[in-house]
Design a protein around this ligand. Sequence first.
Ligand code: M5T
Length: 627
Amino acid sequence: MALNPVIGKLVSKRVVLASASPRRQEILANAGLRFEVVPSWFKETLEKSSFAAPYEYAVETAKQKALEVANRMHLKHLRTPDVVIGADTIVTIEEQILEKPVDKQDAYKMLSRLSGKEHSVFTGVAIVHCSSKDNRLETEVTDFYEETKVKFAELSEELLWDYIHSGEPMDKAGGYGIQALGGMLVEYVHGDFLNVVGFPLNRFCKKLAELYYPPPKHTIHHIKHDSIPSVETFEISSDGECNSSDNTSCKSAKKQNSSEIICTSGKCRNGNGNYNVSMDSQNGVKENTTQFPTKLLQLLDGFKASKALFVSSKLKIFDLLKEKGAMSSVDVANQVKASVCGTERLLDACTALGLLEKNHQGYSNAELANLYLVSDSESSLYNFVLYCNDRLWPLYTHLELAVKEGTSQNHCTLGKKEEDLFQDFCYQSTEMKQRFMSAMHSIAKVTARDVASAFDLSQFRVVCDLGGCTGALAYELVEIYPEMKVTVFDLPDVVTNVSSFQPSGQNTTQVFFSSGDFFKDNLPEADLYILSRVLHDWSEEKIHTLLSKLSVCKPGSALLVAETVLDEKRTCPARAVLQSLTMTEGKQRSGLEYQQLLEKYGFTNVQIKITGNLLDVILCIKKMSTH
Ligand SMILES: Cc1cn([C@@H]2O[C@H](COP(=O)(O)OP(=O)(O)OP(=O)(O)O)[C@@H](O)[C@H]2O)c(=O)[nH]c1=O
């Protein structure tokens, strides 16, 4: 892609974003960066008065956040990342640094201070390149900051409190979110908008370009210093990583004094990912611009892409290419016993989707496929992909009926209508059982690190993972916290089949399995209970049964819940909202809803970490008795 070879430079690297901020995750993901999220545990408590300027404080905090994650990942024997990115956003007004408000009163103080005035938003960013020498971590830090000026309108008391009660200010520097309701408070913005939201993407790309493409001297005059290096510059310096068809069909040139990119083909993407179709008349004046609904087309094609992924996984094409290296379509077709023309079309589709690469030697796996689609890779999602095809695809084909009736269509897809149909389906035969457990294991494995490291759990020694299935999360926990002992509590049918999922790590003897039904049987004693991907599946009544049991655990013990947490509008993230369409008896909840639910059963100090990956994490503590 012409626009992001700098980002493309990071494709083969293990990039970690050391931030829990969902906004940073979204900005970087939208820019096409592939990364893991490991939120930093660095406490933002540097002495502000020891810094000559506010931005120095933000830069140092960003650096410490990134270094803490780099060190932790290295020390905990997790694979050392190649690059860790940390960021810190602060608001400054009249020499004072404002961070996230601690409570509503604090938010009120901040916002009334900003009312009617101009303030600065600084985001400090640290890019830490890591390497491991003789088992020691070596780091190289590049840091920078960006300043944006924002002016607030005069805010009435009523508006101020309405805004505070919306809940939006609490996790945001200065107590506002310019990208959402807070946008209504703003009169003007001078500078990079995304810098206010939490990440200065433009300057970040420039920094990457500086790091990865030090420009040859004779081309220096082509680079405009107040903008991302022009598209032309990217293409020249992209080591041939650009998609060749992009290069030929869209010779981009940047108009001077304007950020608009004109393409000679007449087609060019604008900031929304839509195409502006512009028609140049003979005298060069643009006559007509219409928007092409790319997003809509992507939605229309979504099902085709999913099915191409499912079928190529089912045919084990990614395993084959991993084993044999680049292959022609004819050889692949012979090996998978499929037609040549059909196979070629499927391989081209997978290439278009970024799962395969194609060159004169034939087709080979893209990094994404090697990492996640090869069936025996460390982080394989192969079994989960098959589960999506075999189990979820048929369910979603009955969506219209599901919406009309307001019920799950399990009976249509599985052919029976019983209360415990889901469990029946999953455990009806040894093969089904193994397949279901493999699917759950593969998805649990790729989310386990996020869940296990969202909070510092080192104080907990005796842990019980309720419904922990194959123990994927339990094994990750004992890897990170060597003092921990984890009991996985699950149905007898599950527990008798877990041996094949045991990894060969050193702490595996600290994981135990205990069989039982968490709705009916006594739960093992523990000082930390875990419910990962459990609550969203069950009815209010069943959740009541389960949480009532947990509510009598000893005061001071904790409960960790891993779920996708919805925003307060209940429309984001889309994957959770889409999952709700299966109409199980359960439901997805927002942060506030989880908080209220957990508080109802005597858990307090509810903390929520939005990881931006599949699962967010909630930690709460059982209230000490007052008598
Ligand atoms: C002004 C403004 C800020 N923010 C958010 O404020 C947090 C700053 O806090 P931080 O300490 O820099 O980051 P964090 O959220 O604690 O995450 P982490 O990087 O883990 O420290 C970040 O979230 C930003 O998006 C918005 O979403 N919109 C805005 O208009």
